[in-house]
Design a protein around this ligand. Structure first.
Ligand code: NAI
Length: 470
């Protein structure tokens, strides 16, 4: 290459969407640079999202299980204590290992790392402004925007980065809150609310909608609505939050909300605002190059991840669709394959969605309500974990698997799981949908015994009314 500042592909952002895209580009023989403004690679997912939250979910589950559920296995443990600094330290170590792992992968695949804020200048040029203010300009035949998303707040609430914070602060509270108030019973509210409830906090979740997780298949949200309040999560549904204030001493937050024309308040020592995220386009120079965005501020793209500006592509949280790390990853791969002249494709009907509560919730494909709305005829089969040998051995029998299949073709249209390790069990359902499998295909596939995955097989058998273990 004659010019050190010229690349085939410049990826802006090193989250799961960006870093995987950069590596895929390198694998395809492109000369790739990846621009990242943060000190570490990995974006929200690795630094302040999926990975640290799962580390805390697993640790807090061990604590809760040891304290409250281990005795049923005949294991008595006295004097169980929480060492919060050790728990947080372990989480930080995992983050460090994984973000360092991306730096290693970049070196291995010869992806050039450019540290600083990437700003589009037009004509394939990107300005990279480092923390110390120094600037360099690089150019790319293709530019892929993978800048992700950031938490939003509400009118009347100013985030202070401490007592009134987002998921970022909730991953590192220095002590267990006495009373954590959460706004939003969505994915973040439920996951991080669960963490701190298990560690001993009183948790109140204030939610605008009238019920839990309305986007889920109704049979799953019913189970969740029964189980979560038993885990120390209190809910205030139908509550429109109007503001939050910190007292003068700086140790008490009052959240006000309206319901049925009346004003209510709830006080706690910390507030987690988890009401959604917005696409990151600040500082990107979107206006300079004339990038089109939609009402939500997401960058508009076509089926091939092309923006309205030739040579500029976008993927992940900064474009339409669910804000999921694995969706961003696969979009990144598809976009780069298309850039390299290969076929790149995503089946948006086969993207699993997971909520890491206890039990976990995982879905892929259509819900029953969506099929009804679309007038698609379907058969359904469901099977409870309570009738599964492995779930009994684990003493984790809450939940079920539900399979929806086309009434005429038996093709699987949706699989919905609430139960132990649903995040792993859903994988075969996603593969089945990707391969256009029928419920009978799953029903006739041999599943190891005794495993949690047998519940999927039994639910598939139940679609034809012939579950054998119930
Ligand atoms: P979310 O969209 O899942 O939930 C936000 C909740 O806040 C909704 O239930 C909404 O009704 C409620 N809300 C909004 N305004 C309100 C108000 N004024 N008063 C009371 N309630 C109000 O958003 P969340 O949990 O912040 O997550 C953001 C994104 O991050 C999501 O897109 C999610 O997919 C992603 N994420 C995914 C995870 C996973 O896949 N396991 C984990 C964490 C986040």
């Amino acid at each position: 290459m004659s010019n050190d500042n010229a690349f085939d592909l410049i990826v802006i952002g090193s989250g799961p969407g960006g870093y995987i895209a950069a590596i895929r580009g390198a694998q395809l023989g492109l000369n790739v640079a990846c621009v990242e403004k943060d000190k570490t690679l990995g974006g929200t997912c690795l630094n302040v999202g999926c990975i640290p939250s799962k580390a805390l979910l697993d640790s807090s589950e061990h604590y809760d299980y040891t304290k409250n559920h281990l005795a049923q296995h005949g294991v008595k443990v006295a004097g169980v204590e929480l060492d919060l600094p050790a728990m947080l330290g372990r989480k930080d170590k995992i983050v460090k290992q994984l973000t360092g792992g991306i730096a290693y992968l970049f070196r291995k695949h010869k992806v050039t790392r450019l540290s600083g804020l990437g700003t589009l200048l037009g004509d394939g040029k990107v300005e990279v402004t480092a923390d110390d203010g120094s600037k360099q300009t690089v150019s790319g035949k293709h530019i892929l925007i993978a800048t992700g998303s950031s938490p939003i707040s509400l009118p009347g609430i100013t985030l202070d980065g401490d007592r009134i914070g987002t998921s970022t602060e909730a991953l590192s509270y220095p002590e267990v809150p006495k009373h954590l108030v959460v706004i939003g019973a969505g994915v973040i509210g439920l996951e991080l609310g669960s963490v701190w409830a298990r560690l001993g906090a009183k948790v109140t979740i204030v939610e605008y909608m009238p019920k839990l997780l309305p986007m889920l298949d109704a049979d799953l949200s019913k189970v969740a609505a029964k189980l979560f309040p038993r885990q120390g999560l209190d809910f205030e549904f139908g509550a429109k939050v109007t503001g939050a204030t910190l007292n003068e001493a700086g140790d008490e937050v009052t959240v006000t909300f309206e319901r049925d024309g009346e004003t209510h308040e709830v006080k706690g020592d910390r507030l987690l605002v988890a009401v959604g995220r917005r696409p990151n386009t600040q500082g990107l120079g979107a206006d300079t190059v004339g990038l089109k965005t939609d009402r939500r501020g997401a960058i508009e793209i076509d089926d091939h991840f092309r923006t309205n500006v030739p040579g500029i592509y976008a993927i992940g949280d900064v474009v339409r669709g669910p804000m999921l790390a694995h969706k961003a990853e696969d979009e990144g791969v598809a976009a780069v394959e298309l850039i390299a002249g290969q076929p790149g494709h995503i089946n948006y009907d086969a993207i699993p969605n997971v909520i890491y509560t206890h039990p976990e919730i995982a879905s892929v494909g259509k819900t029953e309500a969506e099929l009804k709305d679309a007038g698609i005829p379907y058969n359904k089969g469901s099977f409870p974990f309570a009738a599964n040998g492995r779930a009994k051995a684990l003493a984790q029998t809450d939940g079920l698997v539900k399979i929806l299949a086309h009434a005429e073709t038996d093709r699987i249209l949706g699989v919905h799981i609430i139960g132990p390790r649903a995040s792993d069990v859903i994988a075969e359902a996603a593969v089945a949908i990707e391969f256009s499998a029928c419920a009978e295909d799953l029903a006739r596939s041999v599943h190891g015994h005794p495993t949690l995955s047998e519940v999927v097989k039994q639910a598939a058998l139940a679609v034809a009314g012939r579950a054998t273990q119930m």
